[in-house]
Each structure stands twice: as structure tokens, then as C-alpha cells.
Write a protein that binds this ligand. Structure first.
Ligand code: SF4
Length: 504
């Protein structure tokens, strides 16, 4: 634990900000209120001159060394108190990060950004009227993002707008997320609502009864308002954990309940666990024109799959990919994870070599993140994972490989406690991008979450303000309460779409 003492008095949100930044450098850090023997001391002071230029200076003292950083900017004229406070925080973050970088000899390629969605900042600057070169400069100067990462965001923006030219005009439509919370077994790094599927006590059947009802009632509301659906995404859990007949019934209800199904741009079903894929289930997917599935290897090393509790073999992934492909699935996504236990460059290269033989339409390269509730985080000592440098090299290898194989990056997000302060990047062959993934990352419209653990985001089409709403994670709680959750979601929909015409 690294203790840090920063001179001055700060509110809780400032302390959180400094702590997030310090955690980029130290496994755990804590801000303390006085200078102690084993603390790092950072002296901060701020000045505003007569021309309204704000200057913040930081000085980190350690042993006999002193590290300095200063940053100045004109105070934003005519802006709200909130915006002024945001600007000040950014300037403080800037110099705080700088002295820590000097002290640790580490470079943070994402600069002061500790949030999940750096692309949103890129889009925001674009909508303020900046050109690509200007945005890159702003990201580098104001946020200390590396040129390489700023360029990556620039490429992603181009691909996103190619895939969805009306990306910023989708606020009157909605997308749907349907969560099915079952998996064959629970993976060690997982914090999704995923319960090992067993057929005791009718839990799966009761959950599905609730799910059909939710689809019907939300669908009826959308039909009455003549609302268009942009995309539908079945996630979880593993939505292909249920039986083929159950999938068939669910998609039937979806087609009967939702309006304008022919105009939905994409329907994805995650079939992440290859051990759930059967010829019967693929037939059902095809019968209902499901465009896109995910078959997720995570790694092509059997020992790794065992270590993370996946309970399927590498060969099964390969077999199920080809089964899906040969039965006519035309848009298949695969996921890999950088930094799984005992994996280094050699294992990751092997995973890419295997992927090369299959050429899925899209490949998402995740970086392992230590989520608080996962088995891997609770027993961190049991798992040996790559260090920051190796993780960065693996990410770079992934970038080169995707380029050589004709993929372009199209969405990106980051997570807390992510290995090496890296990112997750979705790559796709041109024209094969997942529209849902872009929409959810860029938060451009309302997403209605149906089913277990499904998170809804109600976006006011006028103000852009987002209200989150979470369905229960646990199937037992869902079965008892889904009706209340339907009612509450409809209240939210009525609030954000008050003027929608009701069709009789
Ligand atoms: S397959 Fe996915 S949802 Fe299921 S336990 Fe593993 S990581 Fe979690």
C-alpha cells in the first residue's frame, strides 16, 4: 500500500480522483491527511493571475529528489461552476500524473483518463467542431494521452461512422439487451450474472416464463408507440445454455412482440461457451435470422482454460466454430483475453495463430481486469499473470496481427483494475462491426435491459441525460419481482418519450 500525502484540503470526489490516478502506478494507494515517514508527499498550489490564467504547480518530494510539474490554462469564461470545477480537477490531475510518472519512470499512455469510455471524449470534441488534428492535439495536451492512443481513437471514430452514419441521431429509437444468466460453469474472472445451469427446481423454466412476459409487455409498449428498435443483443451468462426448443420459443416471442422486426439492424446471440453450441441450436438461430454470434475461445491453451474454470477444450472451440460456419453462420465474433494465468507472448501468439486459420468476422481483444467480486481477485495469489510490460507487448502484438489480417478497431473501453492500465478493443473486418457494441459504448440511445442482471439506460432524447436501471441479478429474485421491474421500466419510457404517438 502506497500512502500519499497531498498538501491542501480536498473533498471526497477529489480524493477519489487522486486515488484513481495513484492506483495507475501502485497496486493500492491511499491518501493520508498528514506527512508520515513512509508517505510520498506532493505539494500542490494553484494561482490565478489578472488575465484569468489558472496555474497549478506540483512538487513531489522523495528522499533527496524533487519532481516538479506545472500546467496553466485560461479559466473557461462564462462556464458554470460545475464546468469550472471540472477544469480545475483536470489541471490538478495533469500535474499530479506528471510528477508520479517522473517518480516511477512510467508512462501512462491514457494520460489522466481513468474512465471507461475514452471514445466519448473524442466524439464530444468532434461535436464541438474540432477537426481530427485538433482533437489529437487536445487529447495530448489537455489529457496527456499518447499520440498512439489518440490516433487509435481517431481510427475508431472513422470506422464507427462508416458502420453507423446516423450514430448521433439514434436517440428516438431504442436497442434491447436480453440477459440469460446461465452458463455451464462459472469462469474464475467472471462477475457477470452467470449461474451454473442445472435443471433442478424448475428455476430455468420459471426464469424463462418471466423473460417471455417481459418481452411481451415491453414489446407491447414499443408497438403502441410505433418505436423502432435499432439492435437486439442476447447476453448473460451464455444465452445458448438453454435448450434449442427454449431458444426457439424465445425468438418466436421476440418476433411476435417487438415492432418492425424486419428493420432491426442486427440481432446478436452470444454463444460464448463452445460447450453450449449444438447443431440443433444453430438451426434455431438460422431459422430466426440471427445475424451474429460469439464463439469465445479466450485462449488456445488447454491448461489456461482449465485454470480459469472454462471446462471446455481448445479443440471444442475450433470444432464449434467450424460447425457454426459450415452450417451457415456468416458473422462470428471471437474473444481473446490478454493476461490470463501463466500466459505470456508465446501463448498469445499461439492464440493469434489459431485465430488466423478461422478468420472470424470480428475479434475482441480484452485485457484481464481484476473485478472485485471474481474468484480470481479473491484468490489473487493463486494466479500468476503477466506484468505490465508483457501485457503491453501482447496488446501491441494484437494490434499488428489484426492489421495484417484486415481488421480495423471499431470500439474500445477500459475497466477498473485492468492489467497494465490497458484497454479492451473490438476489431472487425470492414462492414462486419457489431452495431450494438458501438451503440452501448458511445451511449447514443436508450437501451432497454430485459432479463436477469440486465442494465437499462434510459437516455432523454432532448437533454442526453442517462438514467440507469438494473434488473435483479439473481434468478430467484427475478422470478419473484420481474413484474415490478417491467412497470418501473415502462414508467421510465413514458418519462423520456412523453410525446410519442400512441398507435391504436
Ligand atoms: S462464459 Fe462468460 S458469462 Fe459465463 S461464467 Fe464465463 S465469463 Fe461469465
Amino acid at each position: 500500500m502506497q500512502k500519499i500525502y497531498i498538501t491542501g484540503h480536498y473533498e471526497q470526489d477529489w480524493i477519489r480522483m487522486f486515488t484513481h490516478l495513484a492506483n495507475l502506478f501502485f497496486e493500492q494507494s491511499k491518501l493520508v491527511s498528514e506527512d508520515q515517514e513512509d508517505t510520498l508527499t506532493v505539494k500542490m498550489d494553484v494561482k490565478k493571475d489578472s488575465g484569468n490564467v489558472l496555474s497549478v504547480h506540483a512538487q513531489l518530494l522523495h528522499a533527496d529528489n524533487i519532481y516538479h510539474s506545472s500546467f496553466s490554462e485560461h479559466e473557461m469564461a462564462d462556464s458554470s461552476e460545475k464546468e469550472k470545477s471540472r477544469q480545475l480537477k483536470r489541471i490538478y490531475s495533469h500535474v499530479f500524473l506528471d510528477v508520479l510518472e517522473q517518480f516511477t519512470h512510467t508512462n501512462q499512455s491514457w494520460g489522466i483518463l481513468t474512465g471507461i469510455r475514452p471514445m466519448k471524449l473524442y466524439h464530444k470534441y468532434r461535436q464541438l467542431g474540432h477537426d481530427s488534428e485538433g482533437i489529437t492535439k487536445l487529447l495530448m495536451k489537455k489529457h496527456r494521452i499518447s499520440k498512439e492512443k489518440a490516433n487509435l481513437l481517431g481510427t475508431i471514430e472513422q470506422v464507427q461512422l462508416q458502420a453507423i452514419p446516423d450514430l448521433h441521431n439514434l436517440q428516438d429509437e431504442v436497442s434491447i439487451y436480453i440477459g440469460i444468466p446461465f452458463c455451464p460453469t462459472k469462469c474464475a474472472y467472471c462477475t457477470f450474472p452467470a449461474y451454473a445451469i442445472h435443471r433442478k427446481n424448475g428455476r430455468v423454466e420459471s426464469f424463462l416464463d418471466g423473460l417471455h412476459e417481459e418481452i411481451k409487455e415491453i414489446g407491447a409498449w414499443l408497438k403502441k408507440r410505433n418505436k423502432k428498435i435499432t439492435t437486439i443483443y442476447f447476453g448473460g451468462g451464455t444465452p445458448t445454455s438453454i435448450e434449442a426448443e427454449e431458444m426457439d420459443a424465445l425468438y418466436k416471442t421476440m418476433y411476435e412482440s417487438f415492432p418492425h422486426m424486419k428493420e432491426v439492424r442486427e440481432v446478436t446471440v452470444e454463444a460464448g461457451r463452445p460447450d453450449t453450441i449444438t447443431p440443433e441450436k444453430i438451426e434455431v438461430l438460422k431459422k430466426w435470422n440471427i445475424d451474429r454470434i460469439s464463439v469465445n475461445p479466450q485462449s488456445y491453451t488447454d491448461e489456461t482454460l482449465k485454470a480459469i474454470g472454462r471446462h471446455h477444450s481448445v479443440q471444442e472451440t475450433i470444432d464449434k466454430f467450424w460447425l457454426s460456419r459450415n452450417m451457415g453462420m456468416k458473422n462470428i465474433n471471437m474473444d481473446l483475453i490478454i493476461g490470463l494465468p501463466n500466459e505470456g507472448m508465446e501463448e498469445f501468439q499461439h492464440s493469434l495463430d489459431e485465430t488466423e486459420k478461422m478468420q472470424p468476422e470480428s475479434l475482441t481483444i480484452h485485457t484481464l481486469s481484476f473485478k472485485t467480486a471474481s474468484e480470481m481477485t479473491r484468490n489473487k495469489d493463486k494466479y500468476k499473470v503477466a506484468d505490465r510490460e508483457i501485457a503491453e507487448q501482447m496488446m501491441h502484438l494484437g494490434e499488428c496481427w489484426t492489421k495484417e489480417n484486415g481488421y480495423l478497431p471499431y470500439y474500445l473501453y477500459r475497466q477498473k483494475n485492468i492489467l497494465g492500465n490497458l484497454e479492451n478493443v473490438g476489431y472487425a473486418k470492414p462492414g462486419e462491426e457489431s452495431i450494438y457494441n458501438i451503440i452501448i459504448m458511445e451511449e447514443v440511445q436508450t437501451i432497454i435491459g430485459i432479463g436477469c442482471g440486465a442494465s437499462s439506460k434510459f437516455m432523454d432524447p432532448v437533454t442526453g441525460k442517462i438514467t440507469q436501471f438494473q434488473n435483479p441479478k439473481d434468478p430467484a429474485a427475478y422470478i419473484l419481482t420481474f413484474q415490478d421491474y417491467i412497470d418501473k421500466k415502462i414508467e421510465h419510457l413514458e418519462r423520456i418519450f412523453p410525446d410519442t404517438i400512441v398507435v391504436d
